[in-house]
Design a protein around this ligand. Sequence first.
Ligand code: SAM
Length: 226
Amino acid sequence: MRFDVITIFPNVIEPMVNESILKRAQDKKLVKIQAHDLRDYTEDKHRKVDDRPFGGGPGMVMCCQPIFDAVKKIRGRRKAHVVMTCPRGKTLTQKRAKRLTKHKNIIIICGHYEGIDERIYDELVDESVSIGDYVLTGGEIPALVIMDAVTRLIPGVLGKEESLDSESFDQNRLDFPQYTRPADFRGKKVPDVLLSGHHKEVEQWRKAQALALTKKHRPDLLKDSK
Ligand code: SAM
């Protein structure tokens, strides 16, 4: 799978994708991530990529030309799914992330300022994705969120020790609570069952705890499962 990120801040993307799971996935050649500086594609001699909005109003709007040309050049002869990071998009969920793993090539566009010229949505964008109902300054953090959420779902990316099986949102449940050494931390003890060595009982306890946590923190997930 390949991600191409179109941004005016490639330096924001690069350090994050060169650490942890995203780096490991790239080292294993399961994923390739490339950040492209939008300013390299502008025909403006001052490397401008934005202009004032027609109809007036505050702020600037990202222009068509650099984004159209960047997508065309990056896509080349490959088939690519173009994702726009945008508050208007459908909110990213685990299901949506899973669906995105089906695409071999994803181009992510990071907006800035007041957003992008509407003609870019009309002509280029296959899917708009929001990471929540709040407004961020730019699309770089959403792009990183999307790539992280999608990459860890690609078979082979997570090691044996990091299973996807019981993760939150799998089967509309939150994950069960975890404990580690010491078994007694300043008088606060780990539940006995986890020290019992009875795998079946541990499994039952974890299932019950996952359900209880979901009921308490995210009852909406249980409704969705019906
Ligand atoms: N004027 C726009 C609005 O009110 O919907 C907000 C533009 S925002 C300041 C600039 C860029 O940040 C957007 O074009 C988008 O790429 C990104 N962005 C901001 N919030 C986002 C969110 N919740 N999810 C995804 N992208 C977001």
